[in-house]
Design a protein around this ligand. Structure first.
Ligand SMILES: Cc1cc2nc3c(=O)[nH]c(=O)nc-3n(C[C@H](O)[C@H](O)[C@H](O)COP(=O)(O)O)c2cc1C
Length: 172
């Protein structure tokens, strides 16, 4: 069984819902053990570094910011050696109300970890989304999975299923 760490804040409603669905879809394959880790003020570098395969969940908050629970961990991440770490990010955002900063959290986490040596998996097309600007996009692709529960909730399950399939094909 391949062990994958699933990092998100357990007290969130929407992010938790998406995390649970991702866990369920991975586990249907019968080859993966998904281990949830709560991202809060008690998250340690040791907990963060215990997996080589990591799923990270982050909603974008307040005009393009990371939620406080990730933001507090940024200084620690800036010193981590992430070489050999496979990262896949799922972001939650609102492409209507947050159109100038859609899914920025994905970029704030992803580009930082990439700079520290991590490899990003599960980049996805921006087709099917309408927004002005995003720090979560590179070369016309989101650098992870983009979920919008406010405007496109009905597409979430199929997006998650396609993303997990893609990650498996990419040998994440
Ligand atoms: C105060 C507030 C500010 C937000 N700002 C943004 C934003 O700048 N960009 C974006 O893509 N989404 C933004 N959103 C949308 C959230 O990312 C979205 O509602 C998400 O599902 C929240 O997930 P959570 O409840 O698990 O934190 C904002 C939501 C709120 C309530």
């Amino acid at each position: 069984m391949k062990k994958i760490g699933l990092f998100y804040n357990f007290n969130t409603n929407k992010t938790s819902r998406i995390a649970n669905k991702i866990k369920e879809v991975f586990e249907q394959q019968g080859k993966y053990e998904i281990i949830p880790v709560n991202v809060d003020e008690n998250l340690t570098e040791e907990q963060f570094m215990q997996f080589d395969h990591m799923l990270l969940g982050a909603a974008t908050w307040m005009d393009g910011e990371l939620p406080y629970y990730w933001d507090e961990f940024v200084p620690a991440m800036e010193d981590l050696d992430m070489k050999g770490k496979n990262i896949a990010i799922f972001g939650l955002g609102n492409q209507v109300n947050g159109t100038e900063n859609f899914q920025d959290a994905m970029g704030l986490l992803g580009f930082l970890l990439e700079k520290r040596g991590a490899k990003l998996f599960g980049l996805t097309s921006t087709d099917g989304y309408t927004f002005e600007k995003s720090f979560g996009v590179k070369d016309n692709k989101f650098i992870g999975l983009s979920i919008d529960l406010e405007n496109q909730a009905g597409l979430s399950n199929e997006r998650i299923e396609a993303w997990v399939k893609q990650l498996i094909e990419e040998d994440f």
